[in-house]
Design a protein around this ligand. Structure first.
Ligand SMILES: [Fe+2]
Length: 294
């Protein structure tokens, strides 16, 4: 059980940060926009010394959250220690306030797949993930936040719900959770469960960050006439996800939130506008919650 504390954000920095991608690095260094924190994918910087230099300048001025996309914590073959060591170089350079990754796998037999693939939720996968999360937290010397995936199919051999599985990971490893609210919304649509009941079932004390990203509806070829929501990170946050976000803030409190955009990346100004929108939704949810309590 890892017992290290979260560095966390200072109260003045809690709000909605922005996923910082390569096209905006230089602009952030030059213009110093008023954003509470930035989140980066460390894998983007591994072979890019110029980008790493810009990232260091940003980390000097802003809290940085590091969101790993290639750790493949659910891989049956184990976590790639060489990759971990390379990511750790970036982590050590920027000293992030939060460090996270996905409940997923993306490597097999030495092949790296450009996707975050799902795994069943049962005792066997729980044991595997507990072992790997422990390795990762020991390697980084920091708590690791696990993010709920976007789901399109279930497994016949799952014996736990996703919130039960995540809660078991928290209690056995001391990890924390990154709740991607948009993933909850779209998974609830695709898998036909109640999104609010999912939020209620998560261990609230362990939720240390929220994500919001765009998704798109596509025809579901397996069920004519119905749609699948696909996690593209290529559009604005949808109205339904904003409503669920307010519900999540009322349950989890003022948790740092990230606007994630990886495709069709707009101007930095548009992302800042969306982060301000997130802040407004969070303030409204907290005000309503306060009004209910008095
Ligand atoms: Fe996410």
């Amino acid at each position: 059980m890892f017992t290290g504390a979260l560095t966390g954000l200072q109260p003045q920095n809690v709000g909605a940060g922005i996923g910082l991608r390569l096209p905006h690095l230089a602009e952030v260094v030059d213009t110093r926009p008023g954003v509470p924190f930035f989140e980066v994918h460390p894998e983007t910087f591994l072979a890019n010394p110029h980008a790493t230099e810009l990232l260091l300048a940003i980390a000097d001025r802003y809290p940085v959250s590091v969101h790993t996309v290639g750790v493949s914590i659910g891989s049956a073959a184990g976590v790639d220690r060489t990759h971990l060591a390379r990511v750790k170089q970036i982590v050590d350079l920027v000293n992030p306030v939060l460090l996270s990754g996905h409940v997923a796998w993306s490597t097999h037999a030495g092949e790296y797949l450009n996707d975050l693939l799902p795994l069943p939720y049962n005792e066997e996968s729980l044991r595997l993930l507990v072992r790997h999360i422990t390795q990762v937290q020991d390697a980084f010397g920091r708590p690791y936040l696990l993010e709920n995936p976007s789901s399109y199919v279930g497994f016949a051999n799952s014996t736990m719900t996703e919130p039960e599985f995540l809660a078991a990971l928290v209690s056995e490893t001391g990890c924390r959770l990154l709740c991607d609210v948009s993933n909850v919304y779209l998974s609830a649509h695709n898998m036909n469960f109640d999104a609010r009941a999912y939020i209620d079932a998560l261990p609230a004390d362990a939720v240390a960050e929220l994500h919001l990203g765009g998704f798109e509806a596509e025809p579901d070829e397996s069920t004519p006439g119905s749609t699948l929501l696909v996690d593209t990170h290529g559009t604005n946050v949808a109205d339904g996800a904003w409503e669920l976000y307010e519900y999540a803030i009322a349950r989890f409190g003022s948790v740092p939130t990230l606007i994630e955009r990886d495709n069709d990346i707009p101007d930095l100004a548009a992302l800042i506008t969306e982060s301000l929108e997130a802040r407004a939704h969070a303030s409204r949810a907290l005000a309503q919650d306060h009004a209910r309590a008095v």
